[in-house]
Structure formats: C-alpha cells, structure tokens
Design a protein. Structure first.
Length: 303
C-alpha cells in the first residue's frame, strides 16, 4: 500500500483498536464468570501467540535466541497485569474496571523515573493529581473505603505501567512483532502453570458452549491479535499525540459498551471521575500538544 493510503487508514485503525479493547471488558466479564482466570488467560494468550506467529511470516528470519529472555520479561509483567485485572473484574463492574485500568498511562512516567532517572515534567504531575481525584470519585465508597475489585484493578494498572517500561528497556533494536509473539507465549506459559497449580480446569462442555466459543474467539482474534496489529500499524503512520488520544478512548468505549450491553449503572459521580481520569490520561500522553499547536497556528480571517 502507498504512504498516502496508509496515513488515511492509520487513525481508523487506532479507533478500531481502542473500540475492540474497550468492548473486551464486558466480554471478559462474561467469560471470567464461567472460566477460571488463569485458564481464561492461558487459552487467550496461547491462541494469540499462535495467530501472531503465523502472521509474522518472513519476519522469523530476524529471530535470535535473546528474543526468548526478552519475551519472558515482557510476558511476566503482561501476565501479572492481565491476571490482577481479571481477578478485579470479577468483583467490580466492567466500566469501572476499564477506567481504573487506564491509570497506567499516568503511572508510566513515574516508574520510568525510577528506572531511567528521567524526571516527570509538570504535565505528568498535573496528570497524577487529576487522576488521583478521578480515582477517588470512582472508587471510594460512602464510608471512604475502596472495594476489593477496584483495589485489584488499581494494582493491575501498576503492572501495566511496569510492562510499558519493560518494553521500552528490552525491545530497542528488536522486531516488535516477533517479540510480541514470545511475550504472548510466555504469558501463556505462566498462566498454564498457575492454572494447573491453583485452579481446576473447567469442564470441556463449558469451553465448547457456542456462546463461550464466540467470546473466546473474539478475545483471541480481535482483542489480542487484530487490535495489536492495528495499534502497531496505526502508530507508525500517525503522529504520537493523535495516536495517544485515540487509544486512550479505550476506557470511554469500555464504559459505553458496558452500559449498553452489560447494563452497568452510571451515576453523575462516576461520570465526573471518568472525565477526570480521561483528562489525566490525555494530559500525560500528549501534554496537550494538540492545543498548543492550534494556538501557534491561528486560522487566518477571510475577507
């Protein structure tokens, strides 16, 4: 495809990725009520690794042995993030799970500070304050306590942020598609091991149920493989600020789908909290560069 066409397709691909991931929250909620968490993730990541390995095709010529340990590190954080998130999802609503997970975007600069000694800027600090306020509105009960499900979801945000930092540290110079295959592979291995140690494998007839096959197929094909490819291609052919804003819509789509298809209740307080978290994510990811760009190039009057 030519460059002009790819640039036109980039933003629709990013929107599609955000929508797919946003819609996966209520689908995961339905699946985790039937399949134990570790086995659910084991099946999802096994399928994702196999599909992406096939898609890589000629890229396998670039494979070297160090992809194994690099993928193992990335896969460990990914497994921890998804596991804690899924356990949290079992005890909270899909919409709250979607927005509280988005907190990881705000945490990344602070974790990267610990690893690379690169101090967060004023936008990162502002984003953190906005995010804390939003989390308070979303999670605190009338007695000023946080539910177990919300607490687990916030912990998963820390692991997602750690995963982003680990990718930044171990991926330079490597093919991201091959690296992602091994990331999924190792996440599947960790999930199978934990499932065998701590959970009972679900009845086969449960897995072969038509509704469950459709749900797992969506999670494997769309939410794990297709959305990842759309994200990678979309980010290559669009500017970082636009890509970040579009991908942050994942949490918004998560709420919309959960309200429409799962019947999640939404109050004014929740909406205010969601709004603060969304603005915090946009602030952290873009530093409002799209607003400054408009002010630097004002439209000229006609006439």
């Amino acid at each position: 495809m030519n460059e002009h066409l790819m640039r036109r397709l980039a933003k629709p691909m990013l929107f599609a990725a955000a929508f797919i991931w946003g819609s996966s929250f209520f689908i995961m909620k339905g699946a985790v009520d039937v399949i134990p968490t570790f086995y659910l993730l084991a099946i999802r990541f096994t399928g994702g690794a196999a599909l992406l390995a096939l898609i890589c095709g000629r890229k396998w010529k670039r494979f070297t042995a160090d992809y194994l340990w690099r993928g193992a590190i990335m896969g460990a954080f990914l497994f921890l993030a998804y596991s804690v998130q899924t356990f949290g999802l079992a005890e909270t609503t899909p919409s709250k799970n979607a927005f509280l997970t988005a907190v990881y975007c705000v945490l990344v600069p602070f974790l990267y500070w610990l690893v690379a000694r690169q101090r967060p800027d004023r936008y990162n600090i502002l984003a953190a304050l906005l995010c804390i306020s939003g989390v308070g509105l979303v999670s605190l009960t009338e007695s000023f306590t946080v539910t177990r499900g919300d607490a687990l979801t916030l912990c998963c945000a820390v692991f997602y942020a750690s995963h982003i930092v680990s990718v930044a540290k171990v991926s330079p110079g490597k093919d991201i598609y091959i690296l992602t295959v091994f990331q999924f592979f190792w996440a599947a291995v960790y999930a199978w091991v934990c499932g065998l140690l701590f959970q009972q494998f679900p009845p086969v007839e449960t897995l072969l149920n038509a509704d469950m096959v459709i749900q797992m197929g969506y999670l494997i094909v769309m939410a794990t493989t297709v959305a990842l490819l759309f994200q990678n291609v979309g980010q290559v052919w669009s500017d970082p600020a636009s890509a970040s804003v579009i991908l942050s819509l994942e949490s918004v789509f998560g709420v919309l789908c959960s309200v429409i298809f799962y019947g999640d209740p939404v109050t004014g307080r929740l909406l205010a909290g969601f709004a603060l978290i969304f603005v915090a994510v946009v602030c952290s990811e873009t530093k409002f560069s799209f607003l400054r760009r408009k002010s630097e190039h004002p439209a000229q009057s006609v006439g």
